[in-house]
Design a protein around this ligand. Structure first.
Ligand code: PEP
Length: 251
């Protein structure tokens, strides 16, 4: 069964006290969100542990925003999947466009990270999406197809059960420019076809595909009404509990 999910990527925002307050505010109202809709928050590494404690006994799950591409050892500044698991993470976001753009995250590296994350028992939210030049050149389908295949075609149908895809057009992230529901839907449908081509109809049908890019309470309903849009990966609007929950209540 395909899951509906609203996940909040806090990026490099909130201090520890602010983060705790936000996690508590989300947790306090999580029960209002319909049963079939999962909630995930992804605070910065430094407050995963304390935010995670505030989620105990609620439906809200904890995600990291990234993980190391090695299991352990001399990789100064990195955080391993086992460390994430040990502080209570159930998920990690991987391949966010900001990581691809500013930190040289390649598809090859992402394959290693996804392998490590799944091996540690973490679910993965894998981000794909074209930039503005690629969209204007009409290459958006090809770019998203290539990104999806390059990473996910290395995994099995069984492993795909623990992976969620987030389509995030780079030109819509943090810009206030949302893809229209029709623009998002045609890419989501394309991603589902890419999954079906390798893994078959059942895996494709069960695959949760989130939309991300200036999603907010005022546009979530229209986006989530599309048949291949199964929720959202939310940046800016995840920093206010009311907005984040407002999005989750749009189903
Ligand atoms: C994101 O960065 O994952 C994102 C979707 O950001 P925003 O909602 O702020 O566009």
């Amino acid at each position: 069964m395909r899951k509906k999910i609203v996940a909040g990527n806090w990026k490099m925002n909130t201090t520890r006290p602010d983060g705790i307050e936000l996690a508590e505010a989300v947790a306090a109202r999580a029960a209002e969100v319909p049963e079939g809709v999962g909630l995930i928050i992804a605070p910065p590494f430094t407050h995963l542990c304390c935010c995670g404690k505030r989620l105990k006994g609620t439906k809200v799950e904890l995600s990291a925003q990234n993980c190391a591409d090695h299991a352990k050892g001399a990789y100064t500044g990195e955080v391993s999947v086992d460390m994430l698991k040990a502080v209570g993470c159930q998920w990690t976001i991987l391949g966010h466009s900001e990581r691809r753009q500013y930190y040289g995250e390649t598809d090859e590296k992402l394959v290693e990270k996804v392998k490590l994350a799944l091996g540690a028992g973490l679910g993965v939210i894998l981000c794909v999406g074209e930039n503005l030049d690629e969209r204007e050149a009409g290459k958006h389908f090809d770019v998203v197809k290539a990104q999806t295949e390059a990473v996910l075609y290395n995994f099995s149908a069984e492993e795909m059960k623990h992976i969620v895809i987030a389509y995030e057009p780079v030109w819509a992230i943090g810009t206030g420019k949302t893809a229209t529901a029709a623009q998002a839907e045609e890419i989501h449908a394309c991603i589902r076809n890419v999954i079906e081509a390798k893994f078959g109809a059942k895996v494709a049908d069960d695959m949760t595909i989130l939309y991300g890019g200036s999603c907010k309470p005022s546009n979530a309903k229209e986006l989530f009404a599309e048949k291949d849009i199964d929720g959202g990966l939310i940046g800016g609007a995840a920093l206010k509990a009311d907005d984040f929950l407002g999005i989750a209540l749009s189903f």
